[in-house]
Design a protein around this ligand. Structure first.
Ligand code: PEP
Length: 260
């Protein structure tokens, strides 16, 4: 199996203010060594990207702090009359290397379909960003035994048209919707089962060698006390963390759990 560098990203959603964004980013950067060997990404609200970039001392695309910056969403266009949108090259311009796409909140609250997510994935890749592509089933879909069908459709649809060689340039986040912000975490076994499915789908879109290079994060109520068991599973390569990313005292131990 290919060695995959674990990746833990904090999705701050629509939380914090400028001062708190700056101090949280500084706190994470100053304690980065606790999660040595794990890629760390902070995804603040877009208006605070520059604030966090300055706290992380980002210069061009490089981060002396070893903590990378990511957007929470992006447009599928590069410029023009798209009021309220943020283009992938703009994210790059303020220091982002990553962008979360197709988060369940975007899918359920803002009507993002797999086709929309796929268009955004293409635009993000074209701009040189690493998309973190989110997929995951609703509670009723899991209870109806439809998890594999739903996740398969989302993976295929959200990655439609992506060249096999480009798959390792993206990260997949498996986030069961019933586990996001609810305190209900998937068991490591439930998560591993879907991660293995996602990897086999990626192999179907490319080959097993390529699929083995793609990092697949788990997301959904990850906390310091459940991260270690999730990290022990072979196909869980990191975490996308919401609530627990808002405190360095929670985020760093989660990231540290993914150290080799
Ligand atoms: C998320 O929103 O991506 C997420 C995983 O949230 P939480 O960790 O709060 O469940």
């Amino acid at each position: 199996m290919a060695a995959r560098t674990p990746i833990v990203a904090g999705n701050w959603k629509m939380n914090l203010d400028r001062a708190k964004s700056h101090s949280l980013a500084e706190a994470v950067a100053s304690r980065r060594g606790e999660a040595a060997g794990v890629d760390l990404v902070l995804c603040p609200p877009s208006v605070y990207l520059e604030t966090v970039a300055s706290a992380l001392k980002l210069v061009g695309g490089s981060s002396p702090s070893g903590v990378a910056l990511g957007g929470q969403n992006a447009c599928d266009k590069t410029s023009g009359a798209f009021t309220g949108e943020v283009a992938p090259p703009m994210l790059v311009d303020v220091g982002c290397r990553y962008v979360i796409l197709g988060h369940s909140e975007r899918r359920t609250l803002y009507g993002e379909t797999d086709a929309i997510v796929a268009a955004k994935v293409h635009a993000a890749l074209a701009a040189g960003l690493t998309p973190i592509v989110c997929v995951g089933e609703l509670l009723e879909e899991r209870e109806a035994g439809r998890t594999a069908d739903v996740v398969s459709k989302q993976v295929r649809g959200s990655l439609a048209g992506v060249a096999a060689a480009d798959l390792p340039k993206l990260v997949i986040a498996y986030e069961p919707v019933w586990a996001i912000g609810t305190g209900k975490v998937a068991t490591p076994e439930q998560a591993q089962e879907v991660h293995a499915l996602v990897r086999s789908l990626l192999a179907g879109l490319s080959d097993t060698t390529t699929a083995a290079k793609v990092r697949i994060q788990y997301g959904g109520s990850v906390k310091p006390d459940n991260a270690k068991d999730l990290a022990a599973k072979p196909d869980i390569d990191g975490a996308l963390v919401g609530g627990a990313s808002l405190k360095a005292d929670d985020f760093l131990p989660i990231a540290a759990a993914f150290r080799g």
